[in-house]
Write a protein that binds this ligand. Structure first.
Ligand code: ZN
Ligand code: ZN
Ligand code: FE
Length: 760
């Protein structure tokens, strides 16, 4: 095989055997080849073989050159062509072009597109009264529709999806078999005659007569909460402009503050609620249709995202959502259908039981969801998308690794659970599975893993897990009976960035997050590591302070304020600021003095918590990163002056002394400086300290590549400032885009570290 060369056209018929590799199955590739062959007047055939599309093409050399170029250049939207290679074949004078519909033998690697939002062509039919699929909530074609949410195993054909339950009618069958049709081999193809059906049920599970969508829209317009079965699980919906409805949803779901995502009917409606750039428009309306964080215009009910300047917005991802949003004519809250901290519901009975008491009605259907997928969350940063929560439509698209590896499983950590199955040069980073601290969430995790193993036919030979012995994912790794390797949390954060950017290392890794067990048994989270794939040296860290009450300090950030203020020698002023009872303060000081249930921590997340509490922004944290997010949102970007900080060395290890920072924060607040100004100055200071530490490490090591990892770097203001400063001092800086920067991406780093350890 060779790449398409330049040739002199002889005008005589020639033949080529062509192989196309990449994401070429379940994306309409064969009909695309058929249409190309038709256009170029090429004879021959096309078939799927072991995850590769194989073509025999006959024509003149000139025609075949054009045909081969078009295979790459005009590939269907969901395809991702890695290579088009060909070798000469014997011309047999074939005139017609045939699509070989026979199923694949099942060997070899398979890549299938993830789920895709409704395409333009289907959308046009959906709202065309003359179309036979007019207002049909399950319309799809080869360019769009469900994929991994309905696939049970591969090869990808209807029999191995939850569409098996719906035999095709004559019309659908004809479309399915016609290579000229948009729905040729669209496995989930369906119509009102033969496909899934919608119904509306009351909270008591009584069937509501009439058009389910119109009736559901009525309920939503009247302030009710409707659970609806989406692509990867149930959503809970209510009117996002109705404060009473939103507040009621929060109360029922027991989700007091965490921002809620909003779905709007189309881009015009998106412009009404958020300020969006061209890049944000492109991301919102991409086939992935993720939640996009964008600047809020203040048109929604106040409790949709309290304290946030950004709003998560998305466009409809299924025909059902399109129909409902148009019918309602206003933005809807579209949040995952679960009680807070539980996995998202996927089947009707489960929803009926678990969402009882939350939903006033259920908009359901009879197509099973095979795999759970939450909505993905993303944002535009420096002109390109960054994934913050990788789920629907993103997973399980593979990430290319910097090295070949034996089948390896990374189990992730605890919060924002995900796993990563890697083999060869591909890493399949799973969808976000939720926090893995309950048996129930672990079951969802194991279900998802089972699906990946069978779909990708990957049996891990090595298992990587977090160093923390009590994480359920660690216990799971140990129970596999396979060789298992513990990977330090922050090393994994940095290695994930190295994996995504295919860096050989060594690099300076800056890992800022809430919590990860360190090699010395203390809690780490403000780390400067010198990292290779297989090893990490702790070159420096933020100053260590007690975390009084352990987890209680996460929920009550004022505890961290006390700990930092006590450390910095400004306790009295700090106590006056946070205004807590002397009794509470005494308890916390007692914990600090005795060291009982007060682990030592260098966590950057906890430092942000402390400052947020001192600034009076967040007395109680009700979701992960809550105090730090409010601090970022409050920060005045104009506040550029930095607070003092110091670098010192302890045992040849760099320590960023946070005491002068905390003292200055408390001093400013005591003088009555506004919280926004203090928050802004604090952000600048952490960025400056990060630069100073990286320069000091570069001085000793000559390493000038820096990887930023850990949930604290979800902070836009911080990460932008850190990157700008580092780049202005000639560092090369890497931030993750495909894998989440927080713990959702950690399993990717784990597989790289485990691989290097096994090799080493
Ligand atoms: Zn379509
Ligand atoms: Zn049909
Ligand atoms: Fe982390």
């Amino acid at each position: 095989m060779k790449a398409a060369p330049e040739r002199i056209d002889t005008g005589r018929p020639a033949a080529r055997r062509v192989e196309v590799r990449g994401v070429v199955q379940g994306v309409g590739f064969r009909p695309f080849v058929w249409r190309l062959a038709d256009r170029f007047g090429v004879g021959g055939w096309v078939r799927n073989r072991s995850g590769v599309v194989e073509i025999l093409a006959e024509g003149t050399d000139e025609v075949l050159d054009g045909f081969c170029r078009a295979l790459q250049e005009e590939a269907p939207p969901l395809a991702h062509v890695d290579s088009v290679k060909w070798e000469p074949a014997e011309a047999a004078g074939l005139s017609g072009f045939v699509v070989d519909e026979s199923l694949d033998s099942g060997e070899g690697e398979r890549l299938i597109s993830p789920d895709v939002a409704t395409c333009r062509a289907c959308l046009a039919e959906l709202f065309d009264p003359r179309d036979r699929r007019y207002r049909y909530p399950f319309i799809n074609c080869t360019d769009c529709g469900p994929r991994f949410t309905i696939i049970e195993s591969l090869p990808y054909d209807r029999e191995r999806t939850s569409m098996r339950a719906f035999p095709l009618c004559a019309d659908c069958s004809r479309e399915y078999r016609d290579p000229a049709d948009r729905r040729f081999h669209a496995e989930p193809v369906a119509c009102p005659e033969c496909g899934p059906r919608l119904e509306l049920r009351t909270a008591k599970w009584k069937r509501v007569p009439g058009d389910p969508i119109a009736r559901a829209a009525e309920l939503l317009s009247n302030g009710k909460i409707v659970a609806l079965k989406g692509l990867g699980g149930f959503h809970l919906a209510c009117d996002a402009t109705d404060e009473a409805a939103v507040a009621e949803l929060r109360r029922r779901k027991v989700r007091p503050h965490k921002p809620l995502a909003v779905m709007v009917a189309d881009l015009d409606a998106a412009h009404e609620i958020v300020e969006i750039s061209a890049a944000e428009v492109a991301l919102l309306s991409s086939p992935k249709a993720p939640i996009v964080l964008a600047r809020d215009l203040g048109r929604l009910a106040p409790s949709v995202a309290p304290g946030h300047r950004r709003q998560g917005a998305m466009l409809p991802s299924t025909p059902l959502h399109h129909l409902l949003l148009r019918e309602v004519g206003r933005p809807l809250i579209m949040t995952s259908g679960n009680r807070t901290d539980e996995p998202i519901c996927i089947d009707n009975d489960e929803a009926r039981e678990r969402l009882a008491g939350i939903a006033d009605a259920f908009l359901i259907h009879d197509r099973d969801i095979v795999s759970r997928y939450d909505d993905s969350v993303s944002r535009i940063w420096h002109g390109a998308p960054v994934v913050l929560r990788r789920a629907r439509s993103f997973a399980p698209a593979p990430i290319e690794l910097p090295t070949e590896m034996a089948p390896t499983l990374g189990c992730g950590a605890e919060l924002h659970g995900s796993f990563c199955l890697a083999a060869g040069r591909r890493a399949f980073l799973s969808q976000h599975v939720g926090d893995l601290d309950t048996e129930e969430s672990m079951r969802a995790y194991e279900d998802a893993l089972e699906r990946y193993r069978s779909v990708f036919r990957l049996e891990p030979e090595v298992v990587a897990h977090d160093l923390h012995p009590d994480f359920l994912t660690t216990r799971f790794a140990e129970a596999t009976g396979l060789p298992h390797i513990a990977v330090q949390h922050h090393h994994a954060h940095v290695a994930a960035v190295m994996a995504e950017h295919r860096l050989e290392g060594p690099v300076i890794g800056v890992a800022f997050d809430g919590f990860g067990l360190g090699e010395d048994g203390t809690v780490w989270g403000g780390e400067f590591l010198v990292c290779e794939w297989g090893r990490a040296d702790r070159a420096g860290h933020l100053r260590t302070v007690p975390q009084p009450g352990g987890d209680a300090a996460v929920r009550h950030p004022w505890r961290m304020a006390i700990a930092h203020a006590q450390d910095a020698g400004c306790l009295d002023a700090a106590v006056a600021l946070i205004g807590d009872t002397a009794e509470d303060v005494e308890v916390v000081l007692g914990q600090i003095r005795s060291g009982l249930s007060s682990p030592l921590t260098s966590s950057a997340g906890r430092l942000f918590d402390a400052v947020s509490a001192l600034a009076g922004l967040c007395p109680e944290a009700t979701y992960e990163g809550h105090p730090a997010m409010l601090l970022e949102q409050a920060a005045e970007t104009g506040a550029t002056r930095e607070y003092p900080f110091e670098l010192s060395y302890e045992d040849a290890r760099l320590v960023v002394d946070t005491r002068p920072i905390v003292e200055a924060v408390v001093g400013d607040l005591k003088r009555g400086r506004p919280a926004g100004e203090v928050a802004g100055r604090f952000h600048r200071t952490i960025a400056a300290a990060t630069l100073a530490a990286c320069r000091a490490i570069r001085g000793g090591t000559r390493i000038a590549q820096v990887c930023l990892g850990g949930g604290v770097f979800q902070n836009d203001l911080l990460v932008s400032d850190v990157v700008a400063r580092l780049e202005s001092c000639d560092f090369e800086v890497f931030v993750p885009r495909e894998a989440p920067v927080g713990d959702g991406g950690i399993s990717l780093g784990q597989v790289l570290v485990a691989h290097a350890r096994m090799e080493g």
